[in-house]
Design a protein around this ligand. Structure first.
Ligand SMILES: C[S@@+](CC[C@H](N)C(=O)[O-])C[C@H]1O[C@@H](n2cnc3c(N)ncnc32)[C@H](O)[C@@H]1O
Length: 399
């Protein structure tokens, strides 16, 4: 069936209409005139599969990635990067208006950096000696020999693993942002484990640490941080600095005496933005993150800090006299208890870092009776995927 793709949905899928029913077609772009096959028919929508492009969208480019068609790791290798940025900025504006009743004029122009060779982490899955990503179309594993998103140091390890017999079930490869240090956590048999051990700085093999160290030192801008294979760390090796600088400038303007860093990961944002005499409190539910956060606070000789390994919702009502809160929750956003306690705590400033504009819009709408939204800054932190990161800066009304 021949259709013209009208626009992209929030998950980066092309949209067209067939007999007034909306139809989602992954890997198509606005302006594509294409032949599609309907693969799912629901009451309110259809799902189509691209068969052949008849006339190309003006935004279409050739993808040089050999795995793009079936790997499922990225969605936009076939799209002009300028159009990807435009799409993400418009998506944030649309979501803010629709789910947050927030004027699009508050959303600033999107910021972006390099679109390839940026990721400092990859997780590959394996079965029966095949190592790669889960397919976008099934639960099969698509063998991945090269990935255009990862740093060269990670690519080197991927190629190394492929060149020896293995039955790996999962492998996480991470490197420091300057590519000096590499960490690998590998599950399942690998024939050349001692060769691999010599190649990397941290090796966790079937849950056991075989190297002297279990963490590596990496940096965001000029600030160094420890991280382990299982700890959270922002994946964009260069552009994370710009994201953190946005929060840092806000903190410098507000000059808080106490910062509460919720969902703090390895403590990175809180430590990055802390001024010399700031007290820092961090909360994260992952023990590996908290052990690294404490190490990172020691590394930077912070004068006053405390980290809690717990869910934010279990601790949030224990804090008082906080004037600056950073929240950086997972995609689901803030839970209702955390939002309610923030509305009683009323810190004078909140920096909200979000990887999901829909939950961000919902939470901002809820906080907006007490807070003025100064700005929402989108960052293209995950190029070639439909994901977008935002920083919203909030100031207490009448403070
Ligand atoms: C997007 S990451 C933010 C990490 C950190 N702010 C950074 O910039 O590296 C979200 C973090 O929330 C943590 N997390 C998830 N659910 C949580 C919860 N209910 N309470 C506390 N931490 C949680 C995860 O362990 C993860 O470190």
């Amino acid at each position: 069936m021949d259709v013209i793709i009208e626009k992209l949905d929030h998950f980066g899928r092309g949209i067209c209409h067939i007999d007034q029913k909306i139809c989602f077609v992954p890997y198509t772009l606005p302006g594509d005139y294409c032949d599609i096959r309907i693969i799912r028919e629901k009451k309110s929508f259809l799902e189509g599969c691209l068969q052949k492009i008849i006339n190309e969208s003006p935004y279409r480019i050739h993808s040089s990635c050999p795995h793009f068609d079936h790997c499922g790791g990225c969605q936009f290798q076939n799209m002009m990067f300028s159009y990807e940025n435009q799409y993400k900025e418009e998506k944030v504006k649309e979501i803010m208006e629709r789910f947050g009743e927030i004027s699009p004029s508050i959303v600033r122009p999107i910021l972006f950096s390099n679109s390839s060779l940026y990721r400092n982490k990859i997780v590959l899955h394996g079965k029966d000696g095949v190592l790669g990503f889960y397919s976008s179309k099934s639960h099969d594993i698509v063998p991945i020999h090269e990935c255009h998103l990862v740093l060269p140091k990670i690519q080197e390890i991927i190629s190394f693993l492929h060149s020896y017999p293995h039955d790996i079930s999962e492998v996480t490869i991470k490197c420091s942002n300057d590519q000096k240090y590499v960490m690998v956590s590998l599950n399942g048999p690998f024939s050349e484990i001692s060769l691999l051990k010599d190649k990397v700085d941290v090796l966790i093999y079937n849950g056991k640490c075989l190297s002297r160290e279990s963490s590596i030192l990496t940096s965001i801008g000029n600030v160094s941080f420890y991280q382990e294979p299982s700890s959270f760390f922002q994946v964009h090796s260069q552009f994370t600095k710009d994201l953190y600088d946005e929060v840092s400038r806000f903190a410098q303007r507000k000059r808080p005496s106490t910062i509460l860093d919720l969902y703090c990961g390895c403590g990175t944002i809180g430590i990055y933005v802390s001024l010399s005499n700031t007290s820092l409190i961090g909360v994260d539910s992952n023990p590996s993150n908290i052990s690294q956060a404490i190490r990172n606070a020691e590394l930077h000789s912070l004068s006053s800090y405390h980290y809690y390994c717990d869910k934010v919702e279990n601790r949030i009502d224990e804090f008082s006299n906080i004037d600056f809160v950073i929240v950086d929750p997972p995609r689901a956003g803030l839970d209702s208890k955390t939002r309610d306690v923030l509305k009683v705590m009323l810190p004078s400033s909140i920096a909200y870092v979000s990887c999901d504009p829909v939950s961000l819009a919902r939470d901002l709408k809820d906080l907006s009776s007490y807070y003025q939204i100064e700005s929402i800054q989108p960052f293209n932190l995950f190029p070639r995927t439909y994901h977008v990161e935002c920083v919203a800066l909030l100031s207490l009304k009448n403070s």
